[in-house]
Design a binder for this molecule. Structure first.
Ligand code: ADP
Ligand code: MG
Length: 689
């Protein structure tokens, strides 16, 4: 049987049912899938070093080839660790190889075996050299891979590397049957080489040039740009399909309306707010539905911008929904918006804790169009909530919501305009990657008069001085948050550390009014605590991360975060944003135990130094990777095989620009290209691990 790209991998020689299952689990079902299974590194076996000359390569990884002359498993006398030691002889000399805690090696490496090893030689004293934990591979008899550049693939189960390479080799024979999915003009615009050359080169490179090793060779660029372009094009096409169905509402922004907005505003908008507002207003007026991400650091004034957009929509006769992640935040938005608006706009709240009667009133108010602005939690998304004419949906703190919720909102109106706000300052590169189909507006300026929050990292034995500082601050009239690292995710979350913390604060500050708040309290209890804190009736609020999002109490100017190393940097930034919201000089103290890992300390120090959320977000992304940074829900959206969002940021932009152009020029063609790309490419189900 002739093998084609669509042959099932089981039918290859040397692939039995067992291996086929392992391969399939790794995303390799068809022969063509193996083509996209790229090596994660390469070994240049053309130039192994001579053991006699190893002294020149101290602490530098080097390739050696030789025969095993002894192999012993033993237990280290002092640390009682399992060791496996082998001597490697290449004719010029011998070197000791040592592995730790790998008991099974005794079964795999035997005297007489030929090995290629890769690792850094270290001096073990007295002119003796050893290589600790080298990568190794056996040569079973044949020497045909000597003198070649050998691709190293991620391990798949117990399939020997050599067998894996063989499978890829067979797959490469079918390469000519794979169609080039990029038309010539697009290839030219992207400036990339053809697919066949790229794939072959990635598996069997001719030279390991610096560009190649940096994943910037022509072959790499071809694959990265292809996957980025495919991603962007698919998003654009999907969006354009939505856009071709035009909004039927016409929004007009009259001089009168402008005047009304000016009257409502209690302050002058910053330049950034004005710019962003214009971008949004243009979207509202346009025929295509808006799909915009409004990004701005905590306290940059997103809410007021969103509110103005809401007024523009409402005065044109349509309804607006504002979706917030927590009831506290809903309440806060509600209060603030009530203060700003006169009674000519009907505003309502929608939360899960509404009584049945309230819910009925709400439902009929929305259905008849009497309620013009609804501010609510997920409760808004319920099936039975219907609008007369939902024109605009605003999603606050979007990182708490998923794409499905966005879609639900969209479906509640007729081509609803969508404005998504986030205070998690996603680096632009990442925003492009995940929200390639959203337009991006950034408020990159804080309202005037804001002061920088003084941030300090302290070890737990210094806590008494921190408490003294809290005392003097309260004497001066400040209010304080004390945050415990309890991230409330489920009913089972253990709140004990919080109540213990609360009790010890009551003891330490007997003359202060101390209260506790967490997500498991009843909505009205939370609300009452919050209101008391706002009115200044509580000095110290001991809380979980419930206060992370959006809480606004200008007089609260000191925050103590306990075991701060347990938080991600972006989350610390969110928390810190709760202080520094008023006139008072504000402080954030990060407490940690002295024994936390050095890199955890480094992270906290980086945070201590950082100026704004963008710096924090970049740092967070570097240390934790995009998946964790965004929470698991969204990470699936951006797994690329070869592209890396931060490193390849410029390529993502290039792909995006071209995708927009191609889609605008000819939607049918763009659709066809997107399909061809999706057809030929293999999604990164099992991206590098
Ligand atoms: P965000 O939602 O972006 O975190 P908010 O909209 O809550 O920020 O604004 C933070 C605070 O700054 C609020 O008290 C708001 O009234 C105030 N504010 C917003 N814009 C301005 C401005 N242009 N000038 C002065 N104060 C402003
Ligand atoms: Mg906000």
């Amino acid at each position: 049987m002739a093998i084609t790209p669509d042959t099932e991998i089981t039918y290859l020689k040397g692939v039995g049912p067992g291996r086929a299952e392992l391969l399939e689990a790794a995303g390799i079902k068809l022969v063509r899938d193996a083509l996209w299974f790229f090596p994660f590194r390469y070994e240049d076996r053309r130039h192994p070093a001579r053991i006699a000359e190893l002294g020149r390569f101290l602490d530098t990884p080097v390739l050696l080839r030789g025969r095993v002359t002894s192999a012993v498993a033993r237990v280290s006398p002092r640390k009682r660790m399992a060791l496996f030691e082998a001597m490697l002889d290449d004719g010029s000399g011998t070197v000791k190889l040592i592995w730790f805690n790998q008991r099974f090696l005794g079964d795999q490496i035997k005297v007489g075996d030929r090995l290629a090893v890769y690792g850094a030689p270290r001096s073990t004293g007295m002119r003796a050299l050893a290589i600790e934990s080298p990568d190794w591979e056996k040569f079973e008899g044949s020497e045909d891979e000597e003198g070649a550049i050998v691709p190293i693939y991620s391990k798949i189960g117990n399939i020997p590397p050599k067998a894996l390479r063989k499978i890829v080799d067979v797959a490469l024979e079918t390469l000519p049957q794979i169609e080039e999915p990029l038309p010539d003009d697009i290839r030219a615009r992207l400036g990339v080489i053809d697919l066949h050359t790229a794939i072959r080169e990635l598996h069997q490179p001719n030279e390991l040039t610096p560009a190649f090793l940096a994943s910037r060779s022509d072959a790499h660029l071809r694959m990265i740009l292809q996957e980025f372009f495919m991603f962007q094009l698919a998003l654009r096409v999907r969006r354009a399909r939505e856009e071709t169905r035009k909004k039927s509402r016409r929004i007009v922004i009259t001089e009168e309306l402008r005047e009304e907005v000016k009257r409502i505003l209690p302050f002058k908008l910053t330049t950034a707010q004005k710019r962003v507002l214009k971008e949004i207003a243009d979207d509202l007026v346009a025929e295509a539905p808006m799909y915009r991400l409004l990004q701005g650091d905590v306290g940059s004034g997103k809410t007021i911008v969103a509110l103005i957009a809401a007024i523009l929509m409402i005065r044109n006769g349509h309804q607006v929904a504002l979706l917030a992640p927590t009831e506290i935040l809903v309440e806060q938005h509600y209060q603030r918006i009530r203060q700003l608006l006169d009674h000519s706009i009907v505003v309502a709240k929608a939360t899960g804790s509404m009584a049945a009667g309230e819910r009925r009133t709400l439902m009929s108010g929305l259905d008849t169009g009497y309620i013009q602005l609804v501010i609510g939690t997920h409760a808004i998304l319920e099936e039975r909530i219907r609008f007369k004419s939902l024109g605009l949906a605003i999603v606050d703190e979007q990182h708490r919501f998923g794409v499905e919720q966005r879609q639900k909102l969209f479906a509640k109106g007729e081509m609803t305009d969508i404005l998504v706000m986030t205070a998690t300052p996603i680096p632009r590169s990442l925003a492009l990657a995940i929200y390639g189909d959203l337009e991006l507006s950034v408020i990159d300026e804080l309202p005037p008069g804001r002061q920088r929050i003084i941030t300090k990292v302290r070890e737990s034995h210094e806590v008494d001085r921190v408490y003294d500082f809290i005392d003097t601050q309260i004497d001066e009239g400040a209010q304080v948050y004390i945050v415990y690292p309890i991230i409330e995710e489920s009913e089972k979350t253990n709140l004990k550390p919080l109540s213990q913390g609360f009790e010890s604060m009551q003891q330490r500050f007997p003359n202060r009014r101390v209260a506790m708040m967490h997500g498991r309290m009843k909505a009205d209890e939370k609300e009452e605590t919050m209101q008391r804190f706002k009115r200044g009736e509580i000095d110290i609020l001991v809380a979980t991360t419930v206060i992370e999002v959006g809480i606004d109490v200008p007089n609260a100017s000191l925050m103590l975060i306990v075991d701060a190393d347990r938080f991600g940097l972006s989350q610390l930034h969110q928390l810190r944003g709760r202080v520094g919201r008023g006139e008072r000089k504000s402080y954030c103290v990060l407490l940690h135990e002295p024994q936390v890992a050095p890199d955890a300390k480094d992270r906290l120090r980086a945070f201590e130094r950082s100026k704004d959320g963008f710096e924090v977000a970049e740092a967070d992304l570097q240390t934790r990777g995009p998946g964790e940074f965004l929470g698991t829900r969204q990470s699936g959206a951006m797994r690329f095989r070869m592209g890396q969002i931060l490193r390849d940021y410029d390529l993502m932009e290039k792909a995006r620009d071209l995708a927009i152009e191609v889609t605008n020029a000819d939607l049918t063609r763009a659709d066809a290209i997107a399909r061809a790309l999706l057809g030929v490419a293999v999604p990164a189900a099992t991206a590098r691990d």
